[in-house]
Structures are given as C-alpha cells and as structure tokens.
Design a protein around this ligand. Structure first.
Ligand SMILES: C[S@@+](CC[C@H](N)C(=O)[O-])C[C@H]1O[C@@H](n2cnc3c(N)ncnc32)[C@H](O)[C@@H]1O
Length: 221
C-alpha cells in the first residue's frame, strides 16, 4: 500500500479534481506514470478513445504540459463541447476506418494512444489494428478496463477466441517470433514492438524499432 507521499501528479490531480468528472481505478495512476512520464513536457500528441465528460482530456493536458496536443474521439456528438485550447474532439466510432484516417491525416504524429472507449473486444482490436503501426515508432499504446475481456456482454470470456486479451497473448508469441524456428513469421509487429506490459485491467504496448538480435559473449581478460 502506498502512502500519500508516494502519489504522483496524476493521482493527486484526480484527488484534488475541481473541474470535470473523472472516474478511474486507483491502480491505473501508477501505470500511467510508468508509461507516460517520458512524454511530459515533450510536446506529445495523445489520442484518447472515449471522452465522456472531458475530465481526462483536461487531466492529460495538465500532465503533459505546454505544447501537448490532446485529441479525443467519441461516438457521442455531445463530446464535441469538450474542445478547448490544445484539445480537439472527433466524433465517430472507434472502429470506423474513416474516422481513424481523418484523425491520422490531421495528426500524422501520434505518440500516445489510450483506449478508454467502448471496451467491446472486437472494437478494441480493430482500433489497435488501425492505429498501432501508424503511431510514432517510439510511441505507446495503452488499453484500459481490459476486465471486459472476461465479460461475455463485451464479447469476452475466459480464454474466449476473439477477446482482446487472447489477441494480446498471441502478440507475446509475435514478439518472440525470431526464436520460433520459423513456426511463426516475423511480422511488422515483431519489428516495431519493444514490450507488452500486462496489468490488472490494463495492457500496454511499447513501440521501439527492433534491430537484429545479438547475443555476444564477453570473458574476463
Ligand atoms: C469510460 S468513458 C470515457 C471516460 C474518459 N476517458 C474519462 O476518463 O473521463 C467511455 C466513452 O466511450 C464512448 N464510446 C462508447 N462506444 C464508443 C465507440 N464505439 N467509439 C467511440 N467512443 C465510444 C462513450 O460515449 C463514452 O463517452
């Protein structure tokens, strides 16, 4: 259990929130800090799928600092009202290639994607496939609330084919394709992915171009 002094910026922001409604699992704040802190004050472009009350868009703008651009996409046209300085909201379905292309045309460099949208398994996968290869080569793609991967009303279920968590498990094999003795082809995902981090209800993909594997030996002189 962490004490008050361990709280990072985002957790404190959440507790002291005096602006728009925010609803988050407490353990997400550490995960955000771990994967997003390198982008602070580095003018990142973040795409958040799922805007709702607009509270998280403001939180991200505060967190990432001046120069950050926060882009939201939501199926609910009401969410357009959450646009402000440095915050743009697109209206559309997260699995619609046309809206994703529209976002990518306007923001060819996206550093961070956070999927907090429908939480429907096949939509999470479609958004990932539309976006992952297109975001920055050292970008990060986070999917939250992946507990819905275990819930049938979201297209999930324990070890159910087609759930996003099963999709992510297959991606672990793709990271290791080089060692599969040709059982699995080296895919674009293999070439561009550094790691997958799996937490309770959150999966994070860290991108980084992968060079040829080397395993040199050094010996004491
Ligand atoms: C959990 S809320 C987002 C909360 C927000 N990120 C926050 O932290 O305050 C989910 C949002 O996803 C939107 N949504 C649901 N289905 C969607 C879809 N297929 N495409 C885009 N947005 C969707 C809903 O309208 C809702 O506003």
């Amino acid at each position: 259990m962490k004490d008050q002094n361990d709280q990072g910026f985002l957790h404190r922001y959440f507790l002291e929130n005096s602006s728009k409604r925010l609803h988050k699992w407490i353990h997400y704040f550490d995960i955000y800090e771990r994967h997003f802190s390198r982008f602070r004050n580095a003018s990142p472009v973040m795409l958040e799928i799922g805007v709702f009350g607009g509270g998280s868009l403001e939180m991200w703008r505060e967190y990432f600092g001046a120069g950050a651009r926060i882009v939201g996409v939501d199926i609910n046209p009401e969410c357009k009202k959450h646009e402000q300085d440095s915050i743009e909201v697109f209206i559309g379905n997260q699995d619609d290639p046309a809206i994703i292309q529209q976002i990518l045309r306007k923001y060819p460099r996206i550093d961070i994607v956070l999927d907090d949208g429908s939480h429907i398994n096949d939509q999470i996968i479609t958004s990932f496939e539309l976006l992952y290869e297109r975001i920055h080569p050292k970008g990060v793609y986070m999917v939250e609330d992946t507990h819905t991967c275990y819930w049938d009303e979201y297209g999930g279920g324990l070890r159910r084919a087609g759930s996003f968590i099963e999709y992510a498990k297959n991606k672990i094999d793709e990271i290791n394709a080089v060692h599969s003795r040709n059982a699995l082809p080296i895919s674009p995902f293999t070439r561009i992915t550094d790691c997958i981090a799996v937490y309770d209800s959150v999966v994070v993909f860290e991108k980084r171009p992968q060079g040829a594997r080397q395993a040199p030996v050094t010996e004491p002189l």
